[in-house]
Design a protein around this ligand. Structure first.
Ligand SMILES: *[C@@H]1O[C@H](CO)[C@@H](O)[C@H](O)[C@H]1NC(C)=O
Ligand SMILES: *[C@@H]1O[C@H](CO)[C@@H](O)[C@H](O)[C@H]1NC(C)=O
Length: 421
């Protein structure tokens, strides 16, 4: 009995000593660390500005994005004449704010109010707005509404179950509320979440807007789907072609908030077929400087605004006067995680443009990041005679557009050990 008490006492005493020892050691380590950082001897390699930038980056990475000082390339500034076109005027007044050190967007009205009272302003600034098609007027009305609230979030999407490995590739797929079948095909095939080769963590989210009052209410089904698969994001805006830029911006915001350490983002449509193993091989093959500045896909160099009012992509002259930037097709493209924050900041200096892939091209042009052409991205499909040939899919990375059934069939074929090419 006595020896037990003695033993316990010794245990308490030795634990105490260990604690004291540990804390003094720890303090020494911390002090040593401080000395290294702040000692005047260590001054030469790191100018003070650099340290400041690093701290600010660290501080913002855990919060919704803040505007950084972004420098807009001179070439981009001069590409658009400051004339009567509404978008051009918005762009230049944003530049002036930026040059005064202000947020180029000015004060952003809250989501519920940003559309109000715009009608009069539009009539003043765009004299022929009454002749615009309805969808274009809708777009104009909401041009300054950039941050729709999320209805369904996936806060833990990029947190790994164990360990501290960051997500390597995030599939950010543009979908529509009713496209259940397409999403399911993606989940079962190329977009399946997994640790590829035991190392590369792949995650998938589908971003959908909200149904309008005329649509059947899919809310309960979407909530069920989100709970079942954990890969659905929904933001509160009306799903439409000219709201895709809004969707892109909402997604960028979400990624900066929820997946700040992701290495690469693949943004694409829900009706594409992606050869994920080939995509991962390509990403892994990139040397660090290229991996940090990647904006790659099928490069479109010769597009110009369509001035035919009957076109789906009609852009009125009194709205936009300028060329299209060189950009990559929105059916599927890649962006480095390291570029997401600069991209988001640059986009704040570029007024919304109704065509989302052109818009992303503009923001990258403002940053002076040139798109990189990759021959494996076929956003306009491959030759007709190759479409049933599985071997044609082996080396490519993306094909647009495939039905859910075709996606499953091609994917299964590509995985088959019997395939000889
Ligand atoms: C994290 O990555 C390392 C190497 O990249 C790998 O060995 C390890 O298994 C990964 N851990 C988890 C939990 O994924
Ligand atoms: C975009 O979404 C907003 C919010 O739901 C809506 O008011 C607007 O009309 C939509 N714009 C287009 C072009 O459909």
């Amino acid at each position: 009995m006595r020896s037990v008490v003695m033993f316990q006492a010794m245990l308490v005493v030795s634990t105490f000593f260990l604690l004291v020892l540990y804390s003094s050691l720890h303090k020494e380590l911390v002090d040593a660390h401080k000395k290294v950082v702040y000692s005047p001897k260590a001054r030469s390699p790191g100018p003070p500005e650099r340290r400041e930038v690093a701290t600010r980056d660290n501080a913002t990475s855990r919060h919704p994005p803040a505007v950084l000082n972004v420098s807009i390339s001179a070439g981009f500034r001069s590409a658009f004449p400051e004339n009567g076109a509404y978008w051009n005027r918005l762009l230049h007044s944003g530049f002036r704010r930026l040059d005064r050190g202000e947020d180029p967007l000015g004060a952003e009205a809250p989501w519920g109010l940003c559309r109000e009272n715009n009608q009069e302003a539009l009539e003043t600034n765009v004299p022929d707005v009454a002749t615009y098609p309805l969808f274009f007027r809708r777009f104009l009305q909401g041009m300054k509404c950039r941050s729709p609230p999320l209805l369904i979030d996936q806060p833990a999407k990029c947190e790994e179950a164990r360990g501290a490995n960051a997500t390597f590739l995030l599939f950010a797929i543009k979908s529509r509320p009713g496209n259940f079948e397409r999403r399911q095909a993606v989940r079962e095939t190329w977009g399946r979440e997994q640790l590829h080769g035991g190392r590369l963590s792949v995650r998938t989210v589908f971003l959908v807007g909200a149904a309008s009052a005329d649509d059947p209410d899919l809310g309960p089904l979407l909530a069920f789907e989100a709970g079942l698969y954990g890969d659905l994001l929904q933001a509160d805006f009306h799903e439409s072609l000219f709201n895709l830029t809004l969707k892109m911006n909402a997604f960028l915001r979400w990624t900066l908030h929820r997946c700040p350490r992701v290495s690469f983002v693949f943004s694409g449509d829900d009706d594409v077929m992606v050869n994920t193993p080939a995509l991962l091989r390509y990403l892994e093959s990139l040397l660090p400087p290229r991996a940090a500045r990647l904006y790659a896909g099928q490069v479109i160099r010769t597009a110009t605004p369509l001035r035919d009012p009957n076109s789906k992509y009609f852009i009125p002259m009194s709205f936009y006067d300028g060329p299209y930037p060189v950009y990559v097709g929105g059916g599927g493209f890649l962006v480095s995680g390291a570029l997401l924050r600069p991209l988001y900041s640059a986009c704040r200096a570029v007024p919304f443009f109704p065509i989302d892939d052109v818009y992303v091209g503009m923001c990258f042009a403002a940053l002076r990041v040139s798109p990189e052409a990759h021959a494996g991205f076929h956003t306009f499909d491959i030759r007709e005679k190759d479409r049933d040939n599985l071997c044609a899919y082996r080396s490519l990375i993306l094909v647009h557009r495939r039905s859910p059934q075709q996606v499953k069939k091609i994917w299964r074929g590509l995985q088959s050990p019997l395939l000889t090419c």
